[in-house]
Design a protein around this ligand. Sequence first.
Ligand SMILES: [Zn+2]
Ligand SMILES: [Zn+2]
Length: 308
Amino acid sequence: MGQKGKKYIGAHVSIAGGIEKAIINAHKIGATGFALFTKNQRQWRSKPLSPDSIKRFKTLMAKYQFSPAGILPHDSYLINLGHPEREKRKKSLESFIEEIYRVKQLGLWYLNFHPGSHLRQISPSKAIGFIAQSINTALRESEGIVLVLETTAGQGSNIGSRFEELAEIIQQVEDHSRIGVCIDTAHIFAAGYELRTREGFEKTMEQFQQIIGFSFLKGMHLNDSKAKFGSRVDRHHSLGMGEIGIEPFKWIMEDSRFNNIPLILETPDPSKWAEEIALLKSFVGTCRKETNFKTSLPNLPSRLSVKI
Ligand SMILES: [Zn+2]
Ligand SMILES: [Zn+2]
């Protein structure tokens, strides 16, 4: 049977000791893709990437045969593009644009980020407007990189726990060729999107298709959830050990809608990553569902000659 395209499977690996270390860390666990921070994610400012570091990064990308198609850089947790206060929003935006430049320098394609928070100071729709405005400025100030909005669990005042909110942001973004979405399985599950049953999984993905559209899907975070269904609490768990269970991850691996994008573990135990990646890889191509049966039927002659 086989599938068109490729599954890029990896984890969010450490950049301790230099950004290029991410590639080695990913290679060691058998990953075909990975995520990374472009700098210390808990600091506003950081030194620019040195030409040496950029060169080493690109050399190792080629050496270990990673494609930018499978890499999903994540921005700093400090950034809030929807911040109610103008000065703080500006600081976030400047830092965000700096990260876009870093990703571009490394020869990568995406920057994954959380939409933002209204901090209970403004309405969600006002925050959504600010987020879209920030994205539009960032797109104007940069080239090429696709900005990837992440679905959130809806903890606190975080925007992005409903597909509708992400669709609203996308609607207000001027360049649709440079905006995308990353589904985090733990987040959408905690936000109240069912994944545990085949029927629930299909319904969730149908909703995603109708409200946002798979053409905008540029990545996934594959996490089980310590938090209960609909709890709006963001707590990741190792695959198969949480409330979601292992089956939905098998369905994702078997499904061509999730081809050619980074599929990234953010599970809490790095010592399990190699094993988790191997398990996910073993699910690929075990497809029991072909959408078009007719193509797999042998060609029949147009007229059967039957002797009676
Ligand atoms: Zn994230
Ligand atoms: Zn995530």
